[in-house]
Design a binder for this molecule. Sequence first.
Ligand SMILES: [Zn+2]
Length: 167
Amino acid sequence: MNNVVYVLDASAFINGYEPGNNVNYTVSDITHEVKDLKSQIRLNQAIDEGNLIVRNPNDKFKLELDEIIKKSGDSLRLSEPDKNLIALALDIQNTNSNVKVLTDDYSIQNVLKIIGIPYSSIITKGINGVYNWVKTCNGCKRDYPEDYPYEDCEVCGSSLFKRRIKK
Ligand SMILES: [Zn+2]
């Protein structure tokens, strides 16, 4: 049995995921989506230490994904980096059946559900701690921890609102 290979969305870094000793992958587009300094340092450190491999999906899997989302109607809500990330998960699944995507993005999760690739959310699964309150983006619905220091979304720029979540 192969070990689980993690495919990371920008939200994984923004929400404080520590790559640790896992095998982690992401696509180059995603590294550009991580804009706050703390998350960038964590990301670059993971790359330097060899814990994060930046790799782009084979075109074959991008085409396969395009076909799937055309049918599901999710194409409009997915950005190009999102699509590349999901295509990379398909690509890795093709050679290593144990792949898991770490993302707090609901559109990505929705497509992963359709194609049957497992995923975890950083915040709700509490990989990096348990929160009673989160800040949620009015635009893309990303969740941020309560102590996230800004009032607008790092990814889409919309304002955030506070909401209570179950422990
Ligand atoms: Zn947003």
